[in-house]
Design a protein around this ligand. Structure first.
Ligand code: NAP
Length: 281
């Protein structure tokens, strides 16, 4: 695809972002639909670079951007408005530029996560859920699951952030009488049979095992990272049902894409590009 003076820009803001597969997904969809736009990386290691990027988005040919670790929460005060869904979650993963040039914060993580469960026929109603992490992704997962599940227990490296999320969930008062609790030491936590464990931190490199309760084959283990992480490998060996983050990645990307370009992307092409890229990586 050729770049010209009218080519629109979307991209990914965060740090680290070089490893992301979002470039592959979005650019494959843009090319397939013949849309004159590119999805590019915008590394942002700190708040001052984040502020500069937001200013740049206001003046250039940006249609919007995705926001990832570590900025999903601290982007909020830099934007002009936040829609109700992102406000409820307390995190923004998508910025859309409005016709009047203002920047609106939205969230496609929650819906993308739910679609990934539905696609894999993972039942979540009335199950017990254990979350590792309390950042933007964990917030999205907790808020979308809370009205449906029996309980949510959260561990986070910074306990105050887990407590804050739990207290926000308590204030919402869900009709299903959900039990909400904090876990200080996952290794000592007796995870009930048939629970769903959802890993929402970046801990998943070759030698990285996030703190987690003892697992068995009755559990479902979901890692939001889109690799076959050590946690997924161990869970699979125990006979547990497992899922990585690639389906969520595609679904949240597809939702963001349609917000920016007012047309749904070809999901099949996104899937194919992801699998092709994974073989190369
Ligand atoms: P975030 O808002 O910045 O939150 C990061 C979370 O990870 C926080 O709970 C943080 O704990 C924890 N964390 C970071 N480094 C850690 C470490 N060394 N040890 C223990 N905990 C650590 O980021 P996010 O958006 O929630 O993303 C979290 C992960 O999920 C990322 O790796 C991201 O790529 C992945 N993700 C995947 C998808 C998908 O579509 N598959 C979607 C969203 C996110 P503290 O609160 O203590 O800092």
């Amino acid at each position: 695809m050729k770049i010209n003076g009218h080519t629109k820009i979307a991209g990914l803001i965060g740090n680290p972002i070089a490893h992301s597969l979002s470039y592959t997904l979005h650019n494959a969809a843009l090319e397939a639909l013949g849309i004159d736009a590119r999805y590019l990386p915008f590394p942002s290691p700190d708040t001052s670079s984040l502020k500069n990027l937001v200013s740049m988005m206001r003046t250039s040919g940006f249609v919007g951007a995705n926001v990832t670790i570590p900025h999903k929460e601290n982007i909020i005060p830099l934007l002009d408005s936040i829609d109700r869904n992102a406000q409820r979650i307390g995190a923004v993963n998508t910025i859309t530029k409005q016709l009047d040039g203002t920047l609106l914060g939205k969230n496609s993580d929650a819906e993308g996560f739910l679609l990934s469960l539905k696609n894999a026929s993972i039942q979540y109603t009335n199950r017990n859920v254990f979350l590792i992490g309390a950042g933007g992704a964990a917030r999205a997962v907790a808020m979308i699951l809370a009205p449906h599940v029996a309980s949510i227990t959260i561990w986070n490296r910074t306990p105050a952030k887990a407590q804050k999320l739990l207290s926000e969930l308590r204030k919402k008062g869900f009709p299903n009488n959900i039990s909400l609790s904090f876990c200080g030491d996952p290794s000592a936590y007796p995870l009930p049979p048939k629970s769903i464990l959802i890993q929402c931190t970046p801990l998943g490199k070759e030698d990285e095992m996030p703190p987690h309760p003892q697992l068995d084959k009755s559990h479902t283990v979901i890692d939001l990272l889109y690799q076959y992480t050590p946690l997924l490998q161990q869970s699979h060996a125990l006979g547990a049902q497992i899922q990585d983050g690639s389906s969520m990645l595609i679904h949240q990307a597809a939702i963001s894409f349609s917000w920016w370009f007012s047309v749904p992307p070809p999901i099949e092409i996104m899937y194919r590009s992801l699998h092709k890229q994974r073989k190369i990586v």
